[in-house]
Design a protein around this ligand. Structure first.
Ligand SMILES: Nc1nc2c(ncn2[C@@H]2O[C@H](COP(=O)(O)OP(=O)(O)OP(=O)(O)O)[C@@H](O)[C@H]2O)c(=O)[nH]1
Ligand SMILES: [Mg+2]
Length: 381
């Protein structure tokens, strides 16, 4: 646990504790974005910095930071006083590895919807015990630190994701931009987000407690969160040992508010707004999914399979055609064969009849011959 006072769930008022337990104690964060932006490194940084104090430092949850090729989930149990939260972080392969990147976010959208679907099906079961809930509560979208603006691909992907889940934009590798360039870039990104009507997560700010409101305002003002990911402990010029990235000109510190917004983002996720992320997921995003699904299908009915791949559809159509033709051909062949069998039987029957008549005729002849040669006749002569 991080030195400065835990993950905060135990700090919530009592009534909220109950909501947390009622809503279930799963919390799932997903990381998404172009390849090589440090998504996997970010996950490792989260686990290294504060979430779990590993009993054995060698057994830290550490993912290999090679290129991620599949959606994978890292789980950790976060415990504070008597409250346990099962934290899952979903890592996804980066976009932009293919010649055609259009709709490369579809696997992400599918993953999000599959979790809603799975929860929906379990919710309809008579026994709701042991329900597995992997609904995504927050999706961090990694933006390349170009210093210019959002790419069209980012806009489309963020639109698709933001309409389904709490979307939190982050600027990756913030250490590669100067503070002034970062400030300008943040503004440009926010301008595009509002101009394009991209739905991003807006944390509630107002609170009864003055200092909480100030802190919330501070957190919201930092969107999109600039982050630095690192696993290395390095020494600063003034002799402190910190997690950060060493450069000839100095150290970019992960947990320093002057260098990046890592602490604010971590705080938003697992300290100040975890509960809000959970309840907006339940009340807004999941509810939207459920009502959309319920409009188109009956209670308990499975989700219809998507048949929207044109290539597969054409192939399926051609196969069906070929199959029907083949069945027709076989049927014809069978009918012809049956016909020939019938005529053969008729022919044989006729033959048999002719033989029969012949036999009858011969018998008659024999009989008449026999009567002609009988002794009676002979004597009469
Ligand atoms: N300068 C800088 N480099 C970073 C930062 N975070 C990660 N990197 C480096 O960027 C490279 C790619 O990092 P990954 O974490 O594998 O990136 P990824 O987004 O998971 O990539 P894919 O799995 O291919 O999508 C690694 O060499 C990291 O060391 C950062 O904050 N600043
Ligand atoms: Mg990765």
């Amino acid at each position: 646990m991080h030195a400065s006072g835990g993950i905060g769930i135990a700090n919530l008022p009592n009534q909220r504790h109950k909501i947390v337990t009622k809503l279930g104690s799963n919390f799932t964060v997903m990381v998404v974005g172009e390849s090589g932006l440090g998504k996997t490194t970010f996950i490792n940084t989260m686990f290294t910095t504060s979430i779990v104090e590993p009993k054995d430092p060698n057994q830290r949850l550490k993912k290999q930071t090679e290129r991620t090729v599949d959606i994978s989930v890292t789980k950790a149990e976060v415990e504070e006083k008597m409250f346990k939260v099962k934290l899952s972080i979903v890592d996804t392969p980066g976009f932009g590895d293919y010649v055609d990147n259009s709709e490369c976010w579809l696997p992400v959208v599918d993953f999000i919807e599959n979790q809603y679907e799975s929860y929906l099906r379990q919710e309809q079961q008579p026994s709701r015990k042991g329900i597995i809930d992997m609904r995504v509560h927050a999706c961090l979208y990694f933006i390349r630190p170009t210093g210019h603006t959002l790419k069209p691909l980012d806009v489309l992907a963020m639109k698709a994701i933001g309409s389904r889940v709490n979307l939190i934009p982050v600027i990756a590798k913030a250490d590669t931009l100067s503070p002034a360039a970062l400030k300008l870039f943040k503004k440009r990104v926010m301008d595009v987000i509002s101009a394009q009507n991209i739905n991003i997560y807006c944390p509630p700010v107002e609170s009864e407690d003055e200092s909480t409101t100030v802190r919330n305002k501070d957190i919201v003002a930092a969107t999109p969160y600039a982050i630095i990911g690192s696993l290395d402990e390095v020494e600063t010029a003034d002799g402190r040992k910190v997690i950060g990235r060493q450069y000839p000109w100095g150290v970019a510190e992960v947990e320093n508010d002057l260098h990046c917004d890592f602490k604010k983002l971590r705080s938003l996720l697992i300290r100040t707004h975890m509960l809000d992320l959970v309840s907006t997921t339940e009340d807004v995003h999941y509810d939207k999914y459920r009502s959309q699904q319920m409009k188109t299908r009956k209670f308990g009915e499975a989700k219809p399979k998507k048949g929207d791949n044109k290539l597969f559809k054409d192939e399926e159509e051609a196969l069906r055609k070929r199959f029907t033709e083949q069945v027709k051909m076989e049927e014809n062949r069978f009918r012809q064969w049956e016909q020939s069998l019938i005529s053969e039987r008729d022919r044989l029957n006729k033959d048999l009849e002719a033989e029969h008549t012949l036999v009858k005729q011969l018998e008659n002849e024999i009989e008449s011959l026999q009567t002609a040669n009988s002794p009676k006749q002979f004597f009469k002569r």
